[in-house]
Design a protein around this ligand. Structure first.
Ligand SMILES: NCCCC(=O)O
Length: 815
C-alpha cells in the first residue's frame, strides 16, 4: 500500500462523486497537493446505488448553470480519461397531467429559456413519439429538454477519480479519517487510521456521514438519511437505448433506460428516514432490505403510465439510503463555524446531476476563498438555529422529500416543524387573523384574514391571483393612506462594539458609517468583485458601537461575512442579539400622529429626521426607534426588548384606533417595496450583482478617501460602465408575474425577472430584472428599447422603468 503523505494543502474526505469531482477540479486548478481519503472503496457509500439521471433545470439560474456544467464535463470526461461513463445525452421529458401542472411546466419552459436552455413544449402525442411505451390518456402536455441525460454513477465517478490522479491529486482508499486536529480554531491536520496528514484545508464530502462527522468539530450540516427505492427491470421490448429520461411528477415517478430495461423510482409522500441514531458501522456497498409494500403505491402509479411494466421481469428493487436536506437543495461552502472546513453534501438524490458542477464550485471556493458565482440557495450559511436540532431537521426533510415532485406552488410555505420560533406577539396576532409564513424557523404574519367578511387565514395556492390578494390589497392601501403595523421581530440584529468598531465597519461597509452618533445608514458590504454580499441598515448607537439590522434569512451568512472581514488585530466584538429585541414597524402617513400619542419624545420631522435613530419611551419601554422604511412611507422601526412587545403593541394599536391603523404582513411589504423599487437581497441583489449594476452606486463612498472592501472593483466599474443594469417592468394587471419570466428587448432575449408581483397602488403587475448587453448598458440604452416579457411561454408587451413607480422623489418617506 502506498504511504500516506505527511502533508497536503487540502484533504478531501469521501470518495463519492462529489469528493472525486472536487479532487479533479482542485488538481486542474493547480492544487496538485490535494489528497482524497476514502474509508473503504470509491463510490461505496451512496454513489454506487444512485439512479444516475442528469436533469439540469432548477428555479435558480446559477444552480441550473452548475448542472449545465456537469453536462459539459460528462460530455468530455470519457475521452479525457479513456474510461467509459455510461453518459448519454438522451434528453429529458417531463409530463403534465392537469392544467395546473401544465401551467407549471410552461413556466418552467420559460425559466429554461431565461437561463439559455432549450426546452420544447410537446403535445401528448409528440411526447409519446419520444417515449412510445407510455400511456398518454391523462397527459395534457410535456416538455422536452434535449441536453439532459443519464450516466452510470460508479463509472463516471471512477472517470473523475482517474482524471484527478492524471492531474496530480492523490487518492487513498481503505483510509479512515478518525479525527481532525484543530489548534486555536485553526485546522492543523487530519488523523487517519494510517497516519497523520498535516493540512490547511479539509473538504468534507462524506455523504450521509457528513452530519455526524462535521458535528464533532462544531460544524452543523443539516441533512438526514432517507430510504430511496427504485426498481430495475429485465430488458424488454420497446426500450431503446436512446430513450429519454422521463419524469412524471403527477405520478411521483421517474424513469431511465438501463441495459434494455427500465429503472423506475419515485418520491413517495410518506418517506422513511433511516439511521436516526447513527449509521451502522461497516456500512459500505450496503443496501437496505427492499420494501415492496412501501413501493407498491408508486408501482401502481407507474403501471398506469407504462402498462408494459406489468409483464417486465423485475431484477431488483434497490433500497439505498441517501442524504436529503430540509429545503431540497444541497449544501456547499465553507462552514461558518470553522475556517477552512468545507462541505459538499446533502444532494437529495441529484448528486450525479450536480456532481460535476458542485465539484467545480467547491474546488474554486477552496482555492480562491469564494465560489465561482452566487450559490446562495445551496450555501451552508442559509441555515440557522432550528437546523441544529436533528429531530426538527428530520421532520422538515421528510416534508421536503415528499414534495420533491409535487407542485412547486408560488409562495408555498412549509407545513412541518411549526410553530418553532415565535415572536412574543404570535398569539395576539393569530387571534387577529394572521396567516403565518415561516423563515429560518420564525413564524411571521404574511397577511391577515378579515373574519367578519368570511376570510380564513389559510393560503390557497395557485398560479393565478391567490386567495390573499384582497387582504394584501387592503393592507397595502392602509400603508399608503393611513398606517400599518408589521411584526418584524425575526429581523437578524447584531451589535459591533469596541474601540475599533468604526474602523472595522468602515472597511467592511461600502457606505460611509463614520457619521454622528444617532445616524442610520443604508449600506452594502461588497466582495472583491464588487458584488453585494450583504445589504443592511447600520445605526451608530455610540461612538464605539453599531446596531446592525438585516433580513431574517441572512442571519448566519451576514454574521459570518462581518466576522470574517473584520481586519485582523482590530479590537471590536460582534454579537448576535436577534433574540433580545422584538421589532414593530409602524408605517404610513399617520405613523407620526400615532407615535405622538404614545411618546413624549420629539418625533417631528425636524426633531427626528429620516435616516436617524434614537431611544424613545413608549409605555414604560425604552424603544430604539429607527426612522427608515422598506415600503416607501413615513415610518419607524421600533426595536424593543422582547418582554415589552405586548405592552408596546397594545399602546400603539390603541393610539392608532382613530387613525386607520391595521396589522399588515410580509406579503404587503413585498407589493409595497416592488412599487417603490427597493431591492431584495437574493433576488435583485446578491454576490453576482454590483452596486452600479443594481442602481445602488449612490450608497458607495467612492467620493471619500476611505478604503473599503470591494473599492477597487467598484471604482473600475464606475469608470468602465456596466454590462447589465437593473430595470423595472410593468405589464397588464391580469398577467401574473412571479419572477424568472424572460425579458426581451427589441425581440432579443436580454435577461429574466428577479422578482415579480402586483402593485395595488399603481394597479399593474410589476417585475424587476437585469437588461444585459455585452457592449455595455446605461439607463438611456435600457429606456430606448421595446420590451416584451415571456410569461409561461407567451410574450406580452411590457413598459420599462428606471425610476421608482411610486414616490420617486422620496417626498412621502421624508415627510
Ligand atoms: N435520483 C433520482 C433523480 C430523479 C430526478 O432527477 O428527478
Amino acid at each position: 500500500m502506498t504511504e500516506l503523505p505527511s502533508t497536503a494543502k487540502a484533504v478531501i474526505i469521501g470518495g463519492g462523486i462529489i469528493g472525486c469531482s472536487t479532487a479533479y477540479h482542485l488538481a486542474k486548478l493547480g492544487l496538485t497537493d490535494t489528497v482524497l481519503l476514502e474509508r473503504k472503496k470509491l463510490t461505496s457509500g451512496t454513489t454506487f446505488h444512485a439512479a444516475g439521471l442528469v436533469g439540469q433545470l432548477r428555479s435558480n439560474a446559477n444552480i441550473t448553470q452548475l448542472l449545465g456544467y456537469s453536462v459539459d464535463l460528462y460530455n468530455k470526461i470519457e475521452e479525457e480519461t479513456g474510461l467509459g461513463t455510461g453518459w448519454k445525452m438522451n434528453g429529458g421529458l417531463r409530463l403534465a397531467c392537469n392544467e395546473e401542472r401544465w401551467t407549471e411546466v410552461k413556466r418552467q419552459a420559460t425559466t429554461a429559456h431565461s437561463f439559455g436552455l432549450e426546452m420544447e413544449l410537446l403535445t401528448p402525442k409528440e411526447a409519446q413519439g419520444l417515449w412510445p411505451l407510455m400511456d398518454i390518456s391523462d397527459v395534457v402536455g410535456a416538455a422536452f429538454m434535449p441536453t439532459d441525460g443519464q450516466a452510470n454513477p460508479s463509472d463516471i465517478t471512477q472517470a473523475l477519480a482517474k482524471g484527478a490522479r492524471m492531474a496530480g491529486a492523490k487518492i487513498f482508499e481503505d483510509t479512515k479519517v478518525t479525527d481532525i486536529e484543530i489548534d486555536n480554531g485553526k485546522i492543523k491536520a487530519v488523523i487517519t487510521d494510517r497516519g497523520r496528514i498535516e493540512c490547511e484545508k479539509v473538504i468534507c464530502c462524506a455523504g450521509q456521514w457528513t452530519r455526524m462527522f462535521a458535528g464533532r468539530f462544531g460544524v452543523n450540516v443539516p441533512l438526514v438519511s432517507m430510504e430511496h427505492q427504485y426498481m430495475v427491470t429485465e430488458a424488454f421490448e420497446g426500450v431503446p437505448s436512446n430513450l429519454p429520461t422521463l419524469r412524471d411528477p403527477d405520478r411521483l415517478t421517474y424513469y431511465k433506460e438501463e441495459v434494455g430495461g427500465l429503472v423506475m423510482g419515485g418520491y413517495e409522500p410518506n418517506p422513511i428516514p433511516w439511521a436516526n441514531d447513527g449509521i451502522p458501522q461497516g456500512f459500505h456497498y450496503t443496501l437496505l432490505d427492499s420494501n415492496f409494500e412501501h413501493f407498491e403505491p408508486l408501482m401502481e402509479l407507474a403501471l398506469g403510465r407504462v402498462p408494459a411494466l406489468e409483464h417486465a421481469g423485475i431484477k431488483t428493487l434497490t433500497n439505498g439510503p441517501e442524504s436529503f436536506t430540509p429545503d431540497g437543495n444541497f449544501i456547499i461552502g465553507e462552514a461558518p463555524e470553522l475556517a477552512n472546513f468545507f462541505v459538499g453534501a446533502g444532494f437529495n438524490a441529484f448528486g450525479i446531476a450536480a456532481g460535476g458542477g458542485a465539484g467545480m464550485a467547491l474546488a474554486e471556493w477552496v482555492h480562491k476563498g469564494e465560489p465561482p458565482f452566487d450559490l446562495w440557495s445551496a450555501d451552508i450559511r442559509r441555515f440557522g438555529r432550528p437546523h441544529f436540532d436533528t429531530d426538527w431537521v428530520r421532520t422538515r426533510t421528510v416534508e421536503a422529500y415528499g414534495k420533491h415532485y409535487t407542485m412547486a406552488w408560488p409562495y408555498e410555505e412549509h407545513d412541518s416543524g411549526r410553530p418553532c420560533r415565535k415572536s412574543p406577539l404570535y398569539d395576539v396576532l393569530r387571534e387577529q387573523g394572521a396567516c403565518f409564513g415561516e423563515k429560518l424557523g420564525w413564524e411571521r404574519p404574511n397577511w391577515y384574514a378579515d373574519a367578519s367578511s368570511g376570510e380564513v387565514p389559510k393560503d390557497e395556492y395557485g398560479f393565478g391571483r391567490q386567495n390573499w390578494f384582497d387582504a394584501v390589497g387592503r393592507e397595502h392601501k392602509a400603508a399608503r393612506e393611513a398606517a400599518v403595523l408589521f411584526d418584524q421581530t425575526s429581523f437578524a440584529k447584531f451589535t459591533l462594539k469596541g474601540p475599533d468598531a468604526l474602523k472595522a465597519m468602515n472597511w467592511i461597509c461600502a457606505n460611509n458609517v463614520d457619521r454622528p452618533v444617532g445616524a442610520l445608514i443604508y449600506t452594502q458590504m461588497l466582495n472583491d468583485k464588487g458584488g453585494i454580499e450583504c445589504d443592511l441598515t447600520v445605526g451608530r448607537v455610540k461612538h464605539d458601537e453599531f446596531y446592525i439590522v438585516t433580513g431574517t434569512g441572512f442571519a448566519t451568512h451576514n454574521f459570518d461575512w462581518i466576522r470574517r472581514n473584520i481586519p485582523e488585530g482590530l479590537n471590536c466584538q460582534l454579537f448576535d442579539i436577534t433574540s433580545s429585541n422584538a421589532v414593530l414597524s409602524l408605517m404610513g402617513p399617520e405613523a407620526r400622529n400615532i407615535l405622538t400619542k404614545v411618546t413624549r419624545d420629539d418625533v417631528t420631522n425636524e426633531g427626528f429626521k429620516f435616516g436617524t435613530l434614537r431611544t424613545i419611551g413608549i409605555a414604560g419601554c425604552p424603544v430604539q426607534a429607527l426612522r427608515v422604511t422598506y415600503v416607501g412611507e413615513l415610518g419607524w422601526e421600533l426595536h424593543l426588548p422582547v418582554e415589552y412587545a405586548q405592552t408596546v403593541y397594545a399602546a400603539l394599536t390603541e393610539a392608532g384606533r382613530d387613525h386607520g391603523l391595521i396589522n399588515a404582513g410580509y406579503r404587503a411589504i413585498e407589493t409595497l417595496r416592488l412599487e417603490k423599487g427597493y431591492r431584495a437581497w437574493g433576488a435583485e441583489i446578491g454576490p453576482d450583482h454590483t452596486s452600479f449594476e443594481s442602481g445602488l452606486g449612490w450608497a458607495v463612498k467612492l467620493k471619500q478617501n476611505i478604503d473599503f472592501n470591494g473599492r477597487a472593483a467598484a471604482e473600475a466599474q464606475q469608470a468602465n460602465g456596466v454590462k447589465k443594469l437593473l430595470a423595472g417592468f410593468t405589464v397588464d394587471p391580469d398577467i401574473v408575474l412571479l419572477g424568472r419570466e424572460t425579458i426581451y428587448r427589441n425581440g432579443k432575449r436580454v435577461g429574466w425577472l428577479t422578482s415579480g408581483g402586483y402593485g395595488h397602488t399603481v394597479e399593474k403587475s410589476i417585475g424587476y430584472g437585469y437588461v444585459r448587453n455585452p457592449d455595455g448598458v446605461d439607463a438611456d440604452y435600457v429606456l430606448s428599447g421595446d420590451y416584451e416579457l415571456e410569461v409561461a411561454t407567451e410574450r406580452v408587451k411590457a413598459e420599462v422603468h428606471m425610476r421608482p413607480l411610486y414616490d420617486p422623489k422620496m417626498e412621502r418617506v421624508k415627510a
